[in-house]
Design a protein. Sequence first.
Length: 89
Amino acid sequence: MTFRLEKTRSGSVTTVRLIGRLRSEHVEELRKHLEHEGAELVVDLSEVSLVDREVVRFLIVCENQGVEIVNTSPYIRKWMQREREEPEF
């Protein structure tokens, strides 16, 4: 299984639930799906089983742009924190 994306809307909030394994080759597709959403965007990672470094960096950029990342597994959240602490990021 690669990945799947499901969108739901409730008022002005769009929730994008990501499911499966996310790799660097999926980042551009994810970007396209997320850029056209409303003012409030939530990305739910509760069913994400695997990510790579490019996906982690993409999630950090999303958060920096005001996207709320929820239901993140501890390993992904720790990885995001480590990436933020690296001098190049």
